[in-house]
Design a protein around this ligand. Structure first.
Ligand code: CA
Length: 238
């Protein structure tokens, strides 16, 4: 399995509040985008990534666990961790998360909360696998806003779901059968806010055989377009 993870602070912010990790041997990867004052965002995203990686790693190693239950439980446990840490430190913090798991049977799972995304490139075509938990996405779903308008909507970074806000969190999980040649992209909104999906599609299709170059190019283009936020990408070629 070939996996590349890259994260960049961008051109405007001083802190990088994104966190990411993967374990190619176990077929797991996690990306989180934290929020909160001072270094709280960094603490929240790192805490969530570490917790989810730990639980998924154990679950995969133990075998037998139902993957959907495993991935949902891991995200919920991370949510409680961030809630507890927030209470202990008396500081508001939260984080998005997108977690990826490929079973040895070839079933792929994505769990997410917030506006970090997962995409799949299959036979040259990019498909978004997650639906943002954001005000803008809600307006699109309600027919109030078009997809094109959403790209520049002033409230596009307002999310409606995150880890750390409430002791209970609803986790969206999706699964499908992995096909040889499928390529996956997990990313934070610092990428998707600045690079239109058709451009991401074209770039990945061109650079599918060189993930390191693809990751570098994605981050470079987001920075060229302003780099107003932290930019993180995880590229997975199972
Ligand atoms: Ca962000």
């Amino acid at each position: 399995m070939d996996i590349v993870a890259e994260s960049d602070v961008g051109r405007v912010r001083r802190n990088n509040e994104d966190a990411l990790a993967y374990d190619a041997g176990r077929g797991i990867a996690v990306l989180a985008d934290g929020m909160g004052g001072l270094d709280a965002g960094e603490v929240a995203s790192r805490l969530a990534v570490d917790r989810i990686m730990g639980l998924l790693g154990e679950g995969v190693a133990a075998r037998g666990a139902d993957p959907e239950t495993l991935i949902t439980g891991a995200v919920q446990a991370a949510n409680l961790d961030v809630c507890n840490q927030s209470r202990e430190n008396q500081v508001d913090m939260g984080t998005t998360v997108v977690a990826w798991l490929l079973t040895t049977e070839g079933q792929c799972f994505i769990a997410h909360v917030g506006d970090s995304r997962a995409y799949r490139l299959r036979q040259g075509a990019l498909k978004r696998l997650t639906s943002d938990h954001s005000m803008v996405q809600q307006m699109i779903d309600d027919g109030i806003l078009g997809e094109a308008e959403a790209l520049t909507a002033p409230n596009r970074n307002v999310i409606t779901r995150a880890l750390g806000l409430n002791s209970k969190v609803e986790v969206d999980v999706r699964s499908w059968v992995h096909r040889p040649g499928d390529l996956y992209l997990l990313c934070s909104d610092g990428l998707t806010d600045l690079i239109p999906e058709p451009e991401i599609n074209q770039l990945l299709a061109e650079l599918a055989s060189d993930l390191a170059a693809a990751a570098k190019e994605l981050i470079g283009r987001a920075n060229e377009a302003g780099g107003h936020d932290n930019i993180s990408v995880l590229l997975i070629s199972p």
